[in-house]
Design a protein around this ligand. Sequence first.
Ligand code: IMP
Length: 430
Amino acid sequence: MANVVIIGAQWGDEGKGKVVDIYTEHADEVVRFQGGNNAGHTLVVGNEKTVLHLIPSGILHKGKRCVIGNGVVLDPRIFLEEIEGLKSKGYLQDDSQLMVDGAVHLIMPYHVAIDKARENRTSDRKIGTTGRGIGPTYEDKVGRRGIRFADLLKPETFRRRLNEVLPEKNFYLEKYLGQAPLDADEIFAEYQGYAEQLRCYLGNVSTELDAAIKADKNLLFEGAQGSMLDIDHGTYPYVTSSSTISGGACTGSGVGPTRLDQVIGITKAYVTRVGEGPFPTELLDEMGEQLRAAGHEFGATTGRPRRCGWLDIVALREAVRVNGLTGLALTKMDVLNDLETIQVCTAYKYQDQLLEDFPSDLEVLEQCTPVLEEVAGWQQSINEVKDFDQLPQAAIDYVKQIEAWTGVPVVLVSVGPRRDETMLRSNPFA
Ligand code: IMP
């Protein structure tokens, strides 16, 4: 029995969907513990592509239970659309495959309106959010103004909470953001329409997972976004509003830290970032364009082109530390196939200092330039390679070098989007 947390070790979009999908084979329950439909996992099964934003990708596996823990924020309209989409493709035929904790906070129409209006104001500092209402929903959670999934299922409670909260939201929308106010009756009618369709998914995730652990089942905790977007440990304020690091798996699901066995961090063989914020190894030249094109680096949620850069070992070592990583999953290695040489950032230069640790001060980080080391490329396709030892020597060296720089074993290497384009070097569930 093993309980494994899988998180993004960069700024999100590391290929978590595929890695989680592969590991799900060994898991009995897949748990989401933070974020909302700002996430986007693209999964390729056979030739069919499925994009999931909220529901764990484990749902594509028959008989696996997918649970949405209290740390998640949920937009019921999007959630229902996702359920319907899955059902129409033949997945989720048994509703007991999916569970949502009653303490999950609801994304309300005013959260989305506030998120979008703020991002459109030229006077404000832009974060480059996904515009899904994630930040405003977490603000209300912490401000104790939130409405939760269990409230949605009790019409009187939901109406009372809405009546308490909406006047303040409308005041802010109208007077500060210059937006149209929202109508309580309309929101009530819309959300109560969702309630009956979603009632069957209500559950107590903490007790469910406790029972699963006592029954010697394997749990897989599926992170969303990435370590560098963590509200506490990321590049604040250019972060998302939840705990994306491994610790979030505990607070966001009601499972204690002593129950976790392994933490796998996913990293691309290079780096991407969407949205605003510092990115020391960003390539603003032809090379960046080349990585974007070869890696199809456009957001699964918003379609935005992703910023691309060389692998950043300083940032990766930060992820190793704050997450307590026990293994790395290295993805998109094939994107580097054509390169004669590959650059890797192993330290930052800040004024006349050499920094080996990721600076916590954003203003320092903004002024850091990368110290790059050059390694040899392999200049051939590795997409068909099934066995790590069969990789070209330069590719093996690249992986071993990453292990040496980070002190963490690379347990999985991915060389293409399909399930069979993956080399498993060791199994964290074993
Ligand atoms: P929010 O999560 O929509 O509030 O956006 C905050 C920041 O996190 C922005 O820079 C987004 O681009 C980024 N972000 C949110 N979700 C993801 C994701 O799944 N992948 C990559 N970046 C994300």
